[in-house]
Design a protein around this ligand. Structure first.
Ligand SMILES: [Zn+2]
Length: 177
């Protein structure tokens, strides 16, 4: 269901799909999330279709090998059980897309802890949160939102990689080597 190209499919949202922004996105000086879309209703509809027999598990448990790989190596475990097999906990995979990223980092999977930093550094990018069951292959987009400083993307100045002094150089002089 989820493909790495969010532009294809996943259209036709109903009005109720748009909800409040995710909580705690504005901590650490992180600009608040914009254009938040919660896909809970679409998810519920898919599951209702499954349980009513209108679609099969083959239709909905179709996680792409890349997504399963991303879930295995970069995903974050959740406390939520898989709604289909009910044997596994769901894994969350966060993709970030934006013109502000270099081609090789556009579409990269990120840890949720990275998002606040990215939001302070980059003008605008879209976050897609996908839940995956590594057991049965269930996968669904759960939310998407826009993060970033909101400044004009064309005026991004300077390089992102700032030189910092390693913290371990603050050792007291004269100590044992
Ligand atoms: Zn499952």
């Amino acid at each position: 269901m989820w493909s790495r190209q969010p532009a294809s499919g996943r259209r036709g949202l109903r009005p109720g799909d748009v909800r409040r922004p995710p909580q705690a996105r504005d901590t650490d000086g992180c600009p608040p999330a914009r254009s938040v879309v919660d896909y809970a209703l679409a998810r519920r509809a898919t599951l209702a279709d499954l349980f009513a027999g209108r679609v099969t598990t083959t239709d909905v448990c179709d996680a792409h090998p890349y997504l399963l790989r991303a879930a295995k190596f970069h995903g974050e475990s959740t406390e939520r059980d898989c709604p289909v097999c009910r044997r596994e906990r769901l894994t969350q995979v966060i993709y970030t897309y934006g013109d502000c990223f270099r081609a090789e980092t556009n579409g990269r999977v990120r840890a949720s802890i990275e998002l606040a930093r990215l939001a302070r550094e980059y003008p605008e990018f879209t976050v897609y949160v996908v839940e995956v069951c590594r057991g049965c292959g269930w996968n669904h987009l759960t939310s998407s939102y826009v993060l970033g400083t909101g400044s004009n993307p064309g005026r991004l100045t300077g390089s992102v990689g700032k030189k910092t002094v390693p913290a371990d150089r603050r050792r007291a002089p004269g100590g044992p080597s």
